[in-house]
Design a protein around this ligand. Structure first.
Ligand code: TXA
Ligand code: MG
Length: 317
């Protein structure tokens, strides 16, 4: 079975997607960060089918996608700082982990049994249109087999997951290209759980310095497995030039790059290109990919985080 790829700008495609979701089906949707694989967040059977499609470890909870603060407040309890962050950055690449409301309708399976819930309002117009037309929250992990590279174009979704999906909504290449930044709270103290598409500096302008729980802490995000986002080829980071058998993923003024994440040294452009370029070099059949150093500031933090995970040995799914 091949999933149809339909333009998300087409209202008939949105209606068809809503009806698939109501029937417990799975729909791939574009967001500004990466493509997500969406299911009705309140339908346990649909969520189970989603985990099965991704081959995802069940302890890894999902983000509920909402149109904005109003829908989110029926699901999770916002503290004042969380509300401030949502007001400043939603819709956008920021996920907030907050206590579930007492009558939260999200499936227990989607939350992996946790008392907290991750919520985010995506900025892509197609994602907004779909959630609005559906009229409730959609869970949506990145639309790739668990452990693989996240999709930033509709055809990447088709390459990895096609036979499990009812429909792929095409919204063009993702503008940001890395997953959302995840912020949780220890009491009222904000924690950086996942570096992502909203730079830490922007958040800290509102929160002050963010604490980063170490990976062993129970507060750490369950999804931050060491090996993740992994291509087949071995990655070698901080490389100045390629060795025999390697492709070279450059940045800025790198010489002899097979692909350059941003010849101008622009970190926004590099983030948007990252996953698509890793896929392209991996598909060329090389045994290794050498990656030029990326400055560890702004979106460079998220890029380096994903590169380190992609370089970590071990297969998780
Ligand atoms: O940009 C994104 O966030 C994309 C697009 C599709 O919206 N989605 C995405 O979802 O990256 P996923 O499922 O691949 O990542 C969700 C992250 C994981 O690291 C997970 O562990 C964390 O959010 N998370 C979800 N619920 C949590 C919770 N209750 N407590 C702590 N971390 C949580
Ligand atoms: Mg993912």
């Amino acid at each position: 079975m091949t999933a149809p790829i339909l333009s998300g700008d087409n209202p008939a495609a949105i209606r068809a997607a809503v009806s698939l979701l109501r029937d417990g089906g799975l729909v791939a949707l574009p967001t500004e960060t990466v493509y997500g694989l969406a299911a009705d967040a309140t339908n346990g059977a649909a969520v189970a089918a989603l985990y099965a499609a991704k081959g995802r470890p069940k302890f890894n909870p999902l983000i509920s996608h909402v149109t904005g603060l109003e829908m989110a407040e029926s699901l999770a309890r916002f503290n004042p700082l969380a509300r401030k962050l949502a007001e400043a950055f939603w819709p956008g690449p920021l996920t907030l982990v907050l206590p579930r409301t007492p009558d939260c309708p999200i499936s227990e399976l989607a939350g992996a049994g946790l008392e907290t819930l991750a919520v985010r309002a995506p900025a892509h117009p197609v994602a907004q249109a779909l959630i609005k037309a559906f009229g409730g929250p959609l869970v949506a992990p990145s639309a790739n087999p668990s452990g693989g590279v996240s999709p930033t174009q509709a055809r990447h979704v088709a390459e990895g997951l096609e036979e499990h999906i009812g429909m792929i909504l095409d919204g063009g290449p993702c503008k940001i290209g890395v997953e959302s930044t995840v912020i949780g709270f220890d009491g009222d103290k904000p924690l950086l759980l996942r570096k992502g598409g909203l730079a830490r500096e922007n958040i800290e302008a509102i929160t002050g310095p963010l604490a980063v729980p170490d990976a062993a802490s129970p507060k750490a995000s369950p999804g931050m497995l060491k090996s993740h986002y992994a291509p087949r080829a071995r990655l070698r980071l901080q490389a100045v030039s390629p060795e025999q058998g390697e492709a070279f993923l450059g940045f800025s003024t790198s010489k002899n790059a097979d692909l350059n994440l941003s010849p101008d040294g622009n970190l926004l452009e590099a983030a948007a290109n990252l996953f698509a370029f890793l896929r392209q070099l991996d598909a060329s059949g090389v045994s290794g990919i050498a990656v030029a150093p990326i400055p560890d500031e702004g979106l460079g933090e998220a890029i380096n985080d994903r590169l380190q995970r992609a370089a970590a040995p071990g297969d998780i799914a």
